[in-house]
Design a protein around this ligand. Structure first.
Ligand code: NAD
Length: 365
């Protein structure tokens, strides 16, 4: 779809570490896409994480929330400092105070992560060669607002007799909306959903399985297979190519999506989207702020650039522009442009900025 003349408002929250570097790369790509598709974007930048703490003394200032409220989507970099400095006030609970608070603030109930192994880079996978072919894609849909993270947490007693408990809870409607989203997204893919649970033990999982089964009846063209989470974790490592779309409760999705994020060989490859009921979304790469490589200009911007593609697809309904970005990333890789994390020792690498320029060039051709 051409969006000739349309104008969109975008909140941009670069955050910490490599966040500002990879966000800059994505904004270069946005600029090229705007010209190509004929739309414009009004960008409002906001501080978040340690960068916000330096100015406001808090990780998620009201000014940043207001910027997000006034925008039609959020492009997020990453937050957090070096793990060795996690106790310092600037970094203590930084991730929880910023990204988790944003999730709550805007009711982001669905997290979508999508990995496509770039053709020609299959050898980077930590798995045995041939297990995950180039071009193979796995999408993980994770429910974000229910499950064990949001029930009551409690510790009683004194050592050595302490007892800790965390209540896992799912409401039927929470499962319904994530399952419907999963099946809808499956329609744009291989029409095959693997739903993950632990229905042999957990009541929340039995409800999950029951509701997912009922939703499948609304989508007779999509198949569903129910897998126990322990089996699914094993299958992801043994034979990942069998999966197209995984539908997961919050806790299992947290863990399994991290397994999927490394199947391509670098954490820098994977984009993600967090959506609410109104289709408002936050888009960010799956990795963190990578303080070990921050400021060196070597971070891989692909996850951030592909997050921008997801933003165009899910929030602004510009499928054509999203596809164009995804193809341009693959063209740039095929031309040999690779950041250091994608190179074997001795292979030449490009900087974050140079990779973005290669994507822009591919878009302009
Ligand atoms: P990390 O993802 O930042 O880094 C893990 C490893 O992957 C590092 O070696 C890093 O260099 C590499 N890496 C990550 N992204 C990369 C990229 N784009 N290009 C090249 N290499 C990349 O995880 P960590 O080291 O455990 O955490 C660092 C900080 O990030 C912590 O403060 C953590 O809380 C935070 N974090 C933030 C988010 C978020 O903002 N949503 C998510 C995860 C971790």
């Amino acid at each position: 779809m051409l969006a000739n003349g349309a104008s969109y408002s975008l909140a941009v929250l670069p955050g910490d570490g490599i966040g500002p570097e990879v966000v800059d790369a994505a904004l270069k790509v946005l600029n090229a896409v705007e010209k190509r598709e004929g739309f414009s974007t009004l960008i409002s930048k906001g501080l978040i994480g340690g960068a916000a703490y330096d100015v406001f003394g808090e990780h998620l200032p009201q000014a940043t929330i207001d910027i997000c409220r006034g925008s039609s989507a959020i492009l997020f970099g990453s937050v957090g400092g070096p793990l060795t400095e996690a106790a310092k006030p600037k970094w203590a609970n930084c991730e929880r105070n910023s990204i988790l608070s944003l999730r709550k603030e805007f009711g982001f109930y669905a997290n979508i992560r999508s990995l496509r192994v770039p053709p020609g880079l299959e050898h980077l996978s930590p798995l045995r060669q041939g297990l995950i072919p180039g071009g193979h894609s796995i999408m993980v849909i994770r429910e974000l607002l229910g499950d064990i993270y949001f029930g009551e947490h409690n510790t009683t007693g004194v050592s050595p007799k302490r007892i800790a408990s965390d209540i896992a809870e799912y409401r039927e409607e929470e499962i319904l909306r994530i399952a419907r989203l999963g099946f809808e997204l499956a329609r744009g893919r291989r029409r095959s959903v693997v739903s993950v649970d632990k229905a042999n033990v957990l009541d929340t999982s039995r409800l999950w399985r029951d509701v997912v089964t009922s939703v499948q009846r609304e989508f007779p063209d999509v198949t569903v297979e129910h897998q126990l989470v322990d089996n699914c974790a094993m299958q992801l490592v043994r034979n990942p190519a069998q999966f197209d779309l995984l539908l997961c409760p919050n806790l299992f999705g947290d863990i399994l999506s991290d397994i999927v994020s490394v199947l391509g060989g670098s954490l820098g490859l994977m984009p993600s989207a967090s959506l609410n009921d109104q289709g408002f979304g936050l888009y960010e790469p799956a990795g963190g702020s990578a303080p070990d490589i921050a400021g060196k200009g070597i971070a891989n911007p692909i996850g951030q650039i592909l997050s921008l593609a997801m933003l165009l697809r899910y929030s602004w309904r510009m499928d054509g522009a999203a596809n164009a970005i995804e193809m341009a990333v693959e063209t740039a890789l095929a031309s040999g442009a690779r950041t250091r994390d994608l190179c074997r020792s001795g292979e030449p690498s490009v900087s974050t900025e140079e990779f973005a320029e290669a994507v822009v060039q591919a878009l302009e051709e």
